[in-house]
Design a protein around this ligand. Structure first.
Ligand code: SF4
Length: 487
């Protein structure tokens, strides 16, 4: 489909709205070129003495015009116009409207601070973005649940993130940079990686100690951290304990991840070394779906891991699910949510499948189309999750959206009261400094005076992380200066 722009270059947001309605389509963008005589399968976005939007999909078309608004209002006005035109043509009305950012709750938090209640938030978001009442209320409820956590944050706190970018095998839908631990070379790479990671943690300890900043939460994430051995996990956790003052931490999470990596000795190592929260992520409780996404474990094994963790004394467990996995159905997804609710973990996180073409599942346009669900069914799945979980005493406490998510839907963490994951809230609301170690780790420093965020990135892949460690960590000098600056 071709998109013509006249006297404007609002490509980024316009493309995001196009993707809501034509998620499998490729687009060609043309700027200030003559418009075609045959206006089939094209979109026109024009700014002149008025705003004008035209759209045609397969011969069905519509248009919209508006008097020229202030320059700052033009882009969003054109997005709303395009949204209405495409909604009219396709008969589809995506629930988030043309709100395309990944952190909608940040906007809601700002509206609440300006005195809005749930109705006021809906009015503001609906007027500007055409958001539905359901999604507005979901964002509002999330903001209200996370408020006590955000209010209690100290500007001099930080969360420590430790990355383990290895997994037992690669799930078919995954586009993350994780390495299969069974791949050639992993045998050598993993011990070297653990060594280097411990070195980075020790060095971080040296620059954080003696400053006003204190460690509030620790999060060991992946990948799948439990693809390491119990001894390797213990080594990393002992290094954290020795190097960094964690006497004030309120939360220590280890993503245990996949059931095919979880063993009693690893859970004991995790517990004995200070973790207060773990995540066991089945993604689905349907064996056929687990097989379809390339996971080598069953739903019963995930359940066994959960029960084992409970027996070992873990009293704060998260379980992850994904709506829209290939071969899953509304009924299958509903059964997954019901079975997890029966297990009653403290947190249940409901993701929506992200369709990135770098994932093995979507390696060709054909398989991409075959595995793509209609958004209506996935919308019903996430709505079922919301209704069921809130009926069982869970509240949404953090929410984010990703690009290329089916139906432009959301990822939501649900928690029983008082068990909200502090790190998850902080990372999504960009509310706390993050000091990251390991491949793909991203450090965020928030200037307490201006709120400006400075980011520093570690190399993505373990091999680069090990071989170019010195070059990569040059930025730590700036982190040190930030931590020692008197604010
Ligand atoms: S466990 Fe997670 S990070 Fe690892 S391959 Fe599967 S989806 Fe990707």
């Amino acid at each position: 489909m071709t998109v013509y722009f006249e006297n404007n270059t609002y490509k980024y947001e316009i493309e995001a709205v196009m993707k809501l309605f034509c998620p499998l389509e490729g687009f060609e963008f043309r700027f200030d070129e003559p418009l075609p005589e045959n206006r089939r399968d094209c979109v026109i976005i024009s700014v002149g003495d008025r705003l004008y939007v035209y759209g045609d999909i397969g011969g069905k078309n519509g248009e919209s015009t508006l008097p020229l608004p202030e320059e700052s209002e033009r882009e969003i006005a054109l997005c709303r116009m395009l949204f209405s035109v495409l909604s009219h043509i396709t008969g589809v009305t995506p629930e988030w409207g043309c709100l395309t950012g990944i952190r909608p709750v940040k906007k809601v938090n700002a509206l609440i601070r300006s005195g809005c209640d749930a109705d006021g938030v809906y009015k503001a978001l609906n007027e500007k973005y055409y958001i539905s009442r359901r999604k507005s209320d979901l964002s509002y409820l999330t903001a209200v649940t996370q408020k006590p956590v955000l209010d209690a944050l100290s500007p001099e706190s930080y969360s420590l993130y430790v990355a383990i970018p290895f997994c037992p095998t690669r799930c078919s839908y995954c586009s993350f940079v994780s390495h299969s631990i069974q791949s050639r070379g992993a045998k050598e790479l993993v011990p070297q990686y653990v060594e280097m990671l411990c070195r980075e943690i020790e060095e971080l300890g040296r620059i954080t100690n003696g400053t006003d900043y204190f460690c509030d939460t620790v999060y060991i994430g992946g990948g799948t951290p439990t693809s390491l051995s119990a001894a390797q996990l213990e080594k990393i956790m002992k290094t954290i304990e020795k190097s960094i003052d964690i006497s004030k931490i309120r939360e220590y999470t280890v993503e245990a991840g996949r059931a095919d990596t979880i063993t009693e000795d690893k859970l004991i190592a995790i517990k004995d070394n200070g973790a207060t929260r773990i995540s066991i992520n089945p993604q689905t409780m349907q064996d056929s779906v687990l097989a379809a996404i390339g996971r080598k474990h069953t739903a019963a094994q995930a359940e066994e891991c959960f029960k084992l963790a409970r027996r070992l004394g873990f009293d704060n467990i998260n379980m992850d699910t994904i709506a829209g996995l290939p071969t899953d159905s509304y009924e299958g997804f509903a059964d997954t949510i019901n079975r997890l609710t029966e297990l009653s973990p403290e947190n249940i996180t409901v993701h929506t499948l992200t369709v990135k073409r770098s994932a093995a599942l979507f390696s060709s346009a054909e398989s991409f189309r075959e595995n793509y669900h209609g958004d209506g069914e996935i919308s019903r799945m996430v709505n079922f999750a919301f209704d069921t979980l809130t009926d069982h005493g869970y509240s949404p406490y953090y929410l984010y959206r990703q690009k290329n998510t089916v139906g432009n839907l959301e990822n939501v963490g649900y928690a029983k009261k008082g068990t909200e994951g502090i790190y998850n809230i902080c990372i999504m609301e960009e509310a706390q400094n993050i000091l990251a170690c390991g491949a793909s780790g991203s450090t965020k420093l928030i200037d307490p005076a201006t709120g400006k965020i400075t980011r520093h990135f570690n190399y993505k892949y373990p091999y680069e992380y090990i071989s170019r460690y010195e070059k990569m960590t040059a930025y730590k000098k700036e982190v040190e200066e930030f931590l020692h600056r008197s604010h």
